[in-house]
Design a protein around this ligand. Sequence first.
Ligand code: HEM
Length: 449
Amino acid sequence: MLKTSRTYHYPAGRNQWQTLLNSVSFLKNPIKVISRNMKRFGGTYSAALMSKRRFILTEDPAFIEYVLRDNHSNYQKSELSAKTAARLFGNGLLFSNGEFWLKQRRLIQPAFHLQKIQGLQQIIATTVQEVIAAFPSGEKVDAYALMQKLSFTVLIQSLFDIDLSFETASELSRGFTDLQDFLLKEINQPYRKLFYKVNHAERNILRKAKKIKAILKAIINQRRSSTGTYHDLLDMILHATYENGEGMDEEQIIDEILVLLFAGHETTANTISWLLYLLATHPSDAMKLRASISKISIFESPKDNYIQAVVSETMRLYPAAWMTDRVAVHDDCFGPFSYPKGTIIIPFIYGLHRNKIHWKDEGRFDPERFMFSDPAQRKKVKNFFPFGAGPRMCIGNNFAMTEMAFILYELVKNFEFSPTGDIPVMWPLITLRPKNLFVGLRRITPAVS
Ligand code: HEM
């Protein structure tokens, strides 16, 4: 039985004034502030903004599973970031809720089944090989810039397996980065909104969003009038039908494509950038990887035990989705806590992945934790949610694991990595972006036989 409004039992935590006082350091480094509070309050705490609404932040795996999986029907994505994002990126899967979300998820999910991703492998592998072949050698490189370009190109090619002109590809990439940067500023520095009318920032960005949509529309129309055969994501999306046999309208197709680009490009770029840093600073693991890939082809890499373990351990230490959020639709309770509808629950994935109760030597990069004689075990690892959990779990996880394995394979096959002495820092925006992440890259000259 749920309590009346006067008897809710929130976890201990920060009141409105403490939250306000903390807000400057929070905006500067949310992971540090949340981690400090987690330690103080034992893994779950509450915070309050000036509105009556409370937040509950948790790194308790049981609470996280309760919200994301066991009682998921009582939780929706919070409108805090979703509403802002939807204005620029439309009403795609990531930003929708309720019946509409379910209908869209059922429609799009089949395109991301493992068998379908296997059909995309050739496109992903060729793109990865082409982009990596042009990487610089003998230099200190900005790993994030390289990986962002790589993951964007892979996603664009997987969506549209056509030769986009250089101008169109650049316009898409530039425009998309502008939209993302604008969204980040809006979420992290909400006071900027006050100036939008004066400096026309809002009008300009909406114009850019319109331009991107026009490019996508032209690509879709070109495809619809083509008689060729395609095996890309666009083909699967265009042929997907609802239960009544109808497909999506053009506007919704564009929104879903935008969401795939939004959700799939930076998450992968961040993970692979951190992975490069870890390999540059852990040469013995890089050597082990080199030995592992010498016996297999690129297409076998997604099943390779050690490659999977290295990627998983990277996502444990640097989960691209470092937190997520849900809002309670009805009053609810978990363990000793009870809270009213409207409460925002924040699963703090980063904290859980680095919690010493669950992970021995929690800060150490140790891929051995994820080595299993039966690969099916990897999907059952406890206290590990890089792709979320429950019905809203990442739809692109098979795609991402395949892509990251291919990238890792090609990088290790072609390059040696070295540390540069620069210390990267975590920049927790919507995803856990690295800042100042430089790596030494030297192309391995193939031995002359
Ligand atoms: C390392 C790479 C990736 C990571 C760590 C990641 C992580 C996540 C997480 C944690 C969620 C769930 C968020 C929540 O519960 O609130 C999610 C959702 C989603 N992801 Fe990914 N993702 C990755 C790559 C991709 C790729 C490559 C795509 C598509 C090409 C993609 C598409 C999506 C979509 C559409 C959703 C929303 C699903 C829904 O709400 O039903 N992701 N992702």
